[in-house]
Design a protein around this ligand. Structure first.
Ligand SMILES: [Mg+2]
Length: 154
């Protein structure tokens, strides 16, 4: 078994908002540089890797996201995967649940994880850090994530 930590990441309203580099620009150039540096900080401090749960995953590959994040200054971004599309629902909580089940079947245990999203379609038990979609990700969200991701560390 391999133990990992994950950050499930929405894009619109999180890295793409009125506070990002180019407001509501639906291109990689518009993403928040400071938000992506914060994600790098989370990785440096906890080892938590990124899984894209945004609808952007329908149009782009992991490598595309790596390129987009690298262009914003996280040069070797740890983007681990994309959540699946399910046949009967677009409920993100179910997509994340399914993703975790597949990991478990391939002998990976998720020690801790968080979800950054400006939406609320998650199960109550899932650790959502809810973001105001107008403002996008802020410093206090990062501090909140660090606390949850470090839980259980010796
Ligand atoms: Mg969103």
């Amino acid at each position: 078994m391999k133990n990992i930590k994950l950050v499930f990441l929405d894009i619109d309203g999180v890295l793409n908002s009125f506070d990002s580099d180019d407001e509501r620009d639906f291109t990689p150039a518009g993403l928040s540089t400071k938000g992506i540096k914060w994600l790098e900080e989370i990785y440096e401090k906890t080892g938590a890797m990124i899984v894209i749960s945004s609808t952007w995953r329908g149009a782009h590959s992991v490598d595309w996201f790596k390129g987009a994040f690298a262009a914003k200054g996280w040069f070797r971004p740890e983007i681990f995967g994309l959540t699946p599309k399910l046949p009967n629902t677009s409920f993100r909580g179910s997509e994340i649940e399914k993703y975790m089940r597949v990991l478990y079947d391939s002998e990976m245990v998720v020690d801790s994880y968080i979800i950054f999203d400006d939406g609320k379609d998650f199960f109550d038990y899932q650790p959502l850090i809810h973001i105001d979609g107008q403002k996008g990700i802020q410093r206090h969200h990062i501090d909140e994530a660090l606390v949850i991701l470090r839980k259980g560390e010796k």
